[in-house]
Design a protein around this ligand. Structure first.
Ligand code: MEV
Length: 323
């Protein structure tokens, strides 16, 4: 094989953000907005990247120089993922990679981790490395840590396994939650958040007030367990109520912002069972769960509060080879 196209879904954190970085569990779902990556083996020993949606065009370097010199932000995850796999499996072939995303990298759907998963899966296929899902996880997670320094890896797992997952830091537990559907309402705040900055803010707070932040993490863990049980029996009322608790704890960690909170109240005021921010906070998206007959009103509540409703399907298939 000398050509392959793969795609990986984006993700939305349902419960447990921040606490999951410190050994606690979370629940995440894969969403139907996907990143596509085409990889083609070249005769020359070059790495060529076309990633128009992150403003990288005709980026070229020698395979032997992967990871060296200045790497533009938009090329980082692809290049370091390649370098890690090439080194591990002693590969040398040139490669052209083209990527395209169905969603804006602003939304916080996890474009960096999804692209990393695409690279590892594509190389596994192209060079017959026969990596299983856990090996793909370990390799993609290493790349994310090489670049970001920290992170739980929940987004990497969602991209690989798809569906809804109960996940513990670093992939210690990756448990698919078998559910029929999860009709989530998603609102984008219009504010771009930087996950690493937010993680550092929470870490700084934890050094100053360890006794409070530890309690918050422990309570988040309990909420995750309850939310998992509610989800498995399709008890969306409890699932929503637990979201509200989780939002309160995230407010205490200091990661919500006025805009997100306004959208969350906008959703609750229109009859949502519950609403919370999703991900690092500081911007990006909020999510809500509502009875079917209230969905339109809840969407309007979010729009009225200045948010942009994004239509997504949840619980979708993980990384796959495209025909
Ligand atoms: C960011 O989407 C969620 C965090 O928990 C970071 C992570 O788990 O890697 C803040």
């Amino acid at each position: 094989m000398n050509k392959v196209t793969v795609s990986t879904p984006g993700k939305l954190m349902l419960f447990g953000e921040h606490a999951v970085v410190y050994g606690h569990p979370c629940i995440v779902t894969a969403v139907d907005q996907r990143i596509r990556l085409a990889a083609e083996v070249l005769d020359s020993p070059d790495f060529i990247l076309e990633a128009g949606d992150v403003e990288v065009t005709n980026y070229t370097k020698q395979i032997s120089e992967l990871g060296q010199g200045d790497v533009p932000k938009g090329a980082q995850f692809v290049e370091i993922a390649l370098k890690n796999i090439y080194e591990k499996f002693d590969l040398g072939e040139g490669l052209r990679i083209t990527t395209a995303s169905e969603f804006s990298s602003k939304f916080g759907f996890g474009s960096s981790s999804a692209i990393t998963v695409c690279v590892v899966k594509a190389l596994s296929e192209l060079f017959d490395l026969k990596l299983d899902n856990k090996e793909i996880f370990d390799s993609a997670y290493k790349t994310v840590l090489d670049i970001q320094g920290k992170g739980s890896g929940f987004d990497v797992a969602a991209g690989i396994y798809g569906g809804c997952l109960y996940f513990v830091t670093g992939g210690k537990v990756i448990e698919p939650l078998i559910i029929k559907e999860l009709p989530l309402i998603v609102g984008y705040s219009g504010v771009k958040a930087d996950t690493v900055t937010l993680m550092n803010q929470v870490k700084a707070k934890a050094s100053k007030y360890p006794e409070f932040i530890d309690v918050l993490y422990t309570e988040v863990s309990k909420l995750v367990e309850k939310a998992k049980s509610a989800l498995l029996v399709n008890d969306l009322i409890s699932f929503g109520e637990l979201m509200n608790f989780n939002q309160g704890l995230l407010e205490s960690m200091g990661v919500s912002i006025a805009k997100l909170s306004a959208m969350i109240y906008g959703a609750r005021d229109e009859g949502a069972y519950g609403a919370k921010l999703s991900g690092a906070g500081g911007g990006d998206c909020m999510i809500a769960i509502a009875p079917k007959d209230k969905i339109a009103a809840v969407q309007q509540g979010i729009t009225r509060s200045g948010g942009q409703v994004i239509e997504v399907q949840t619980n979708v298939e993980g990384v796959r080879i495209e025909k």
